[in-house]
Ligand binder design. Structure first.
Ligand SMILES: Nc1ncnc2c1ncn2[C@@H]1O[C@H](COP(=O)(O)OP(=O)(O)OP(=O)(O)O)[C@@H](O)[C@H]1O
Length: 510
């Protein structure tokens, strides 16, 4: 038995009232004493009988009864309640008696009963003490256990947290499993319904199958009878067919003989056709070769035609370009013609003033004024009065800063009119060192910037003739002459044998 069960047993039994305890002791002794149950009952009934004597007294009891009651067995088996009742009754009787004397035998009984009660009280006290010690030891045990539990509790807080988390996860898992289980339950319900449905379908199909089976069996029997009939018919027909087959065999033999003769005839015809086809294949090959050569000829002719057409196309394009250029030239000529007509006469006179040459910077210029419209005022310090200044009028005056290109641009339209058949003459006039060569040829041929009117004019004419070559072919010739002291000299003639002019009229006028 464990301590807890011991405590509960003790609490329920031993710490009760005195009477209960005494009753317990009595029952315990009763069980331990191996005497007959009837004897115990007899001892107890003795005390009960005595106590039920309400009108009688102990003093009046016979000595034999009292000595029986005083026996150790009788006292030990009596209940504590009975013992206290005996004591009280004896004491009450002694009080009621006037002389107060108690008979010797009653006093002896009283003493024995009191001793019995004392023993029981002592035993009871001893039990209480033992119980108390037991409770104390158990309390100490519980205290130590409590402390151990407290230590365990503080030590296992972290574990408890982990366990709580695991528990949480397990709960979640459980919820998931529950949901899954619900779904599965629904599936089970669905499947059960389906199963029911299929079962009803199966039962229906079974019924149909039974019906079909019966119908089939019926059909089978009908067919069997029909088959028998048909068999008989077929046997008859077979006989008829057998006869027909014999006839047919005879006919086949006749036809075979006929086809054999036909085959020989067709064979001969095939041979004739083959010979005919072979002869025609030869002539066909010849025709093919002729056709190939004709095809090549046709392709060659086609190519030639294509090239000629291309050539015509180019020529046509040239004509179109020429027509376009011709229109442009016509427009330009018209413009030039108008310009020339606007001029007063066909002669233009330009004046170019050259800058001072190196080393002449200290000299004073005689040019007073250069006008926009060709006016030039020249001062003559040697003359006085009115003659001091003289005004000259030109088509245009080029100042010392004018470039070669600016000078050329004014003469360019006139030069271009040469290409349309007009006669043009550019004539440079001036005293020695005034800049005629510089203007007409330029200081240097290597630099295009320095080119004078002659080079620029020829360059321009070559460009135009090149652009118009599809429509017009020009022949360009150059003459360069110098008139000095009324002597004309050919400047393009090499060496000392320079040709002297006047030339014959046909040469000079070209
Ligand atoms: N516009 C100009 N700018 C700079 N230098 C010029 C100009 N015109 C002429 N000169 C210079 O003046 C000098 C004389 O010029 P150029 O030889 O052309 O004169 P010219 O009239 O031909 O002389 P000549 O009649 O003796 O042959 C040259 O050194 C030339 O470089």
């Amino acid at each position: 038995m464990n301590p807890e069960s011991e405590v509960y047993a003790s609490e329920n039994g031993e710490p009760g009232s005195l009477n209960d305890n005494f009753n317990g002791d009595v029952s315990e002794r009763r069980e331990n004493s191996k005497g007959p149950h009837e004897a115990v009952h007899h001892d107890r009934s003795k005390f009960s009988d005595i106590l039920q004597l309400k009108n009688g007294s102990f003093a009046d009891l016979p000595a034999s009864k009292i000595s029986e009651m005083m026996k150790p067995n009788s006292l030990e088996n009596a209940s504590t309640q009975s013992l206290f009742s005996v004591v009280n009754k004896i004491l009450d009787e002694s009080i009621e008696r006037k002389n107060g004397d108690i008979p010797q035998r009653v006093a002896s009984l009283l003493k024995l009963v009191v001793q019995e009660i004392e023993q029981r009280v002592a035993k009871h006290a001893e039990n209480f003490r033992k119980q108390s010690n037991l409770y104390k030891s158990r309390e100490e045990r519980y205290q130590s256990r409590l402390r151990a539990f407290e230590t365990l509790t503080t030590g296992t807080t972290e574990e408890v947290e982990i366990v709580m988390k695991q528990l949480q996860q397990i709960k979640l898992e459980k919820m998931r499993i529950d949901e899954k289980r619900k779904v599965e339950e629904q599936d089970v319900i669905r499947l059960t319904r389906q199963k029911d449905h299929y079962e009803t379908e199966i039962s229906l199909l079974k019924q149909e199958l039974d019906l079909a089976k019966k119908a089939y069996e019926k059909n089978c029997s009908e067919l069997e009878t029909q088959a028998m009939e048909t068999k008989a018919e077929l046997e008859n027909k077979l006989k008829e067919r057998q006869l027909l087959l014999n006839d047919s065999r005879k006919k086949v033999k006749e036809l075979e003989a006929f086809s054999e003769s036909k085959f020989l005839k067709w064979r001969r015809k095939e041979h004739n056709y083959k010979h005919f086809i072979d002869s025609h294949v030869g002539s066909l090959q010849e025709l093919r070769a002729v056709s190939e050569s004709i095809k090549k000829e046709v392709l060659k002719t086609k190519k030639m035609y294509r090239e000629e057409i291309n050539h015509f196309g180019w020529e046509l394009k040239g004509l179109v370009d020429a027509a376009h250029s011709y229109h442009a030239v016509l427009a330009e000529n018209r413009k030039l013609y108008n310009e020339v007509q606007d001029l007063k006469g066909n002669i233009r006179v330009y004046c170019r003033i050259r800058p001072f040459l190196p080393g002449q910077s200290e000299k004073q210029t005689t040019i007073e004024y250069i006008g926009e419209n060709g006016e030039l005022v020249v001062m003559n310090p040697l003359k006085q009065g009115k003659d001091n200044h003289r005004l000259f009028k030109f088509n245009k005056v080029f100042g010392p800063a004018a470039t070669q290109e600016e000078v050329f641009l004014d003469t360019q339209p006139l030069i271009r009119s040469v290409l349309d058949g007009y006669n043009v003459c550019i004539f440079a006039y001036g005293q020695t060192g005034s800049g005629k060569t510089y203007t007409m040829s330029g200081p240097s041929v290597s630099s295009v910037e320095d080119w004078g009117v002659n080079y620029r004019a020829l360059n321009d004419l070559f460009h135009i003739s090149q652009s118009r070559k599809s429509s017009i072919t020009y022949e360009i010739g150059v003459q360069m002459v110098e008139i000095y002291n009324e002597q004309v000299r050919d400047l393009l003639c090499n060496g000392s044998s320079q040709k002297r002019y006047p030339f014959p009229p046909n040469e000079f006028g070209a």
